[in-house]
Write a protein that binds this ligand. Structure first.
Ligand code: NAD
Length: 399
């Protein structure tokens, strides 16, 4: 019997209510005494109230409801906070929690800029409280199995080249509730950084650290949309292409069109010296179990079948580490890793530094485009290239 971790959820918008709360509910079914959701906070308090109602349905006491995270911290009684806020709020809210000794998980892409992320990491080091990056994709059966097939079974031979491409017929709905994303100062960037955070983390997971990138990042469609009488600017890129060079020797291209187009396609191909993995699906959230791995010896393997082999090859301990309680939902696994890292006093799989390394790939693409040259990811982390991020840092006083 452990003392339940006293958890706060800060930000009860789309991802928190659709995914994180559902993930916590799945864990509650398996181990009710691991945590209690003791506080929920959202500037729109009715969203926090709705989450509090869901927590009661798990059989625990109703969480306290807040519209102001500072009041939540002043009231205390919280060990950990899961932060699901717009990107520009990750740093101030995260640092306030860490300075109060509260362990923190922050939704990707950690800070709004590299400097904001580094300040979060420094606050975590100063306080000794955990900083975890919320990233679910690599934890899902598809990427876990791809990693096993590539690195344990050697089914691609030596990994060499990837092609990840998408042309998506994306039309903007002006009534979407998350319009903060349109403003680069609030979001830090568009799909390179936002959904791209998943891609960058998965590429690091599969190929190791990224050394250098070149990028072209553009907005080619109309830069404003009409909302009632307003013309709202959309500052996000809608078209980009990047060349990524990994220290392991893997190189790849990543190209996305995210605007109205006459035809669409998706390609995810990983090539090695002895095989190729083909997932004609989603370049941000894969590879999926429907992907196919073909080898030069003529054999063909569905990733879903390899997943069964992977499970069978795992020790009980390994299975409990990777898919605790038999969970396979990426969000449930992500929040579970955060809770277990607190319970077991160990780092989470994706801590602040790991989050920074993935985020830095996306930022390096912006900086390479701004500088019109190849940039090293480490030089972007060090701040040698910051032309893209500097105005955002100036806005938030993080430079
Ligand atoms: N892992 C994924 O697949 C995934 C998917 C979507 C979003 N996200 C991430 O989740 C985070 C949130 O995104 P979202 O789509 O849920 O956004 P959202 O706009 O739907 O939700 C944000 C919530 O924060 C609240 N809020 C804003 N300012 C606040 C303040 N000062 N204090 C308290 N509450 C405040 C808003 O009222 C809103 O409910 C982002 O980091 C985003 O990148 C991750």
């Amino acid at each position: 019997m452990t003392t339940p971790i006293r958890l706060a959820l800060i930000g009860c918008g789309g991802i928190a209510t659709n995914k994180h709360v559902t993930g916590y509910g799945l864990i509650k079914e398996q181990q009710p005494d691991l945590f209690n959701l003791v506080a929920v906070c959202d500037a729109a308090t009715e969203r926090a109230e709705a989450v509090a109602d869901r927590a009661v349905a798990w059989g625990q006491e109703r969480p306290r409801v807040y519209g102001d995270f500072e009041q939540l911290l002043r009231d205390g009684g919280v060990d950990a906070a899961d932060i699901c806020l717009p990107h520009f709020l990750h740093r101030p809210v995260g640092i306030a929690c860490l300075e109060a000794g509260v362990h923190v998980q922050i939704e990707k892409p950690v800070g709004v800029t590299i400097k904001a992320t580094r300040q979060l990491i420094e606050a975590s080091k100063r306080s000794g409280a955990i900083l975890a990056t919320a990233e679910q994709i690599r934890r899902m059966p598809g990427p876990r199995t791809a990693h096993w097939a590539i690195h344990e079974k050697g089914m691609l031979g030596t990994p060499q080249v990837f092609f990840v491409q998408r042309a998506n017929n994306r039309k903007v709905d002006p009534n979407m509730p998350w319009a903060w994303r349109f403003d680069r100062f609030l979001s830090g960037g568009g799909p390179v950084l936002d959904s791209g955070a998943h891609f960058c983390d998965t590429m690091r997971y599969l190929w190791g650290d990224c050394d250098s990138v070149y990028g072209s990042v553009r907005r080619l469609s109309e830069g404003t949309f009409v909302k009632g009488d307003e013309r709202v600017p959309d500052m996000r890129e809608d078209t980009f292409t990047a060349l990524l060079n990994f220290k392991s020797g893997v190189t790849g291209t990543w190209t996305v069109i995210n605007r109205p187009v006459a035809d669409t396609f998706n390609t995810v191909m990983y090539y090695g010296s002895e095989g190729a993995l083909n997932d004609p699906g989603d370049p941000f959230h894969g590879p999926r179990l429907t992907a196919t791995l073909k080898r030069l010896d003529g054999s063909e393997h569905k990733l879903g079948d390899l997943y069964q082999q992977y499970l069978a090859a795992m020790s009980t301990d390994e299975r409990e580490r990777v898919f605790p309680y038999g969970l396979t939902d990426g969000f449930a696994l992500e929040v579970c890793d955060f809770l277990h890292s607190i319970r077991d006093r160990r780092p989470p799989e994706i801590d602040g530094e790991q989050g920074l390394q993935a985020k830095a790939i996306a930022c390096a693409i912006y900086e390479a485009a701004a500088a019109n040259q190849v940039v090293r990811v480490q030089d972007v982390i060090d701040g040698t290239y910051d032309a893209y991020q500097r105005p955002i840092d100036e806005r938030w006083g993080t430079n």
